[in-house]
Design a protein around this ligand. Structure first.
Ligand SMILES: [Fe+2]
Ligand SMILES: [Fe+2]
Length: 135
């Protein structure tokens, strides 16, 4: 399993998104380390976070009429659907799909953050300079 560690490559220099990304990584880490007894709760927390995280970015892209919004929002939707399907399966007693997703999600997250999220962060830094401040 690929452990997801914070690296400078994942830093977007737009604090609202960096904060969400740190939360995502922490929750994914918890799901990866969860026991059979705690996996459903850990995955549920990750799904709830992802819904808020992706929803926030989707809203920004709509408000800003952002150029690659369609592709970015579609990727959010596909991944969130997979996470939710996994949750239903785990709640039904089959933890294998969630275990596999937990192991693979870090690679997707790194790719997504460094491509689609990075482009959005660059735009948001310029569009809302007051929110970009890291404090
Ligand atoms: Fe993101
Ligand atoms: Fe995103």
């Amino acid at each position: 399993m690929q452990a997801l560690n914070w690296t400078p490559a994942l830093w977007l220099d737009f604090e609202p998104m960096d904060a969400m990304n740190r939360d995502f990584m922490a929750l994914l880490g918890r799901a990866q380390e969860a026991s059979d007894d705690t996996l459903v709760a850990a995955w549920q927390a990750l799904v709830a976070h992802a819904a808020r995280h992706f929803g926030t970015e989707d809203t920004w892209m709509q408000q800003e009429a952002f150029a690659t919004a369609e592709q970015h929002t579609l990727e959010h939707r596909v991944v969130l659907n997979l996470l939710r399907e996994g949750l239903v399966q785990a709640q039904g007693g089959d933890q294998a799909p969630v275990r596999q997703m937990a192991a693979e999600l870090g690679a997707w997250f790194s790719r997504h953050t460094q491509s689609l999220d990075a482009a959005l962060a660059l735009h948001m830094r310029r569009a809302t300079p007051s929110r970009a401040a890291t404090d």
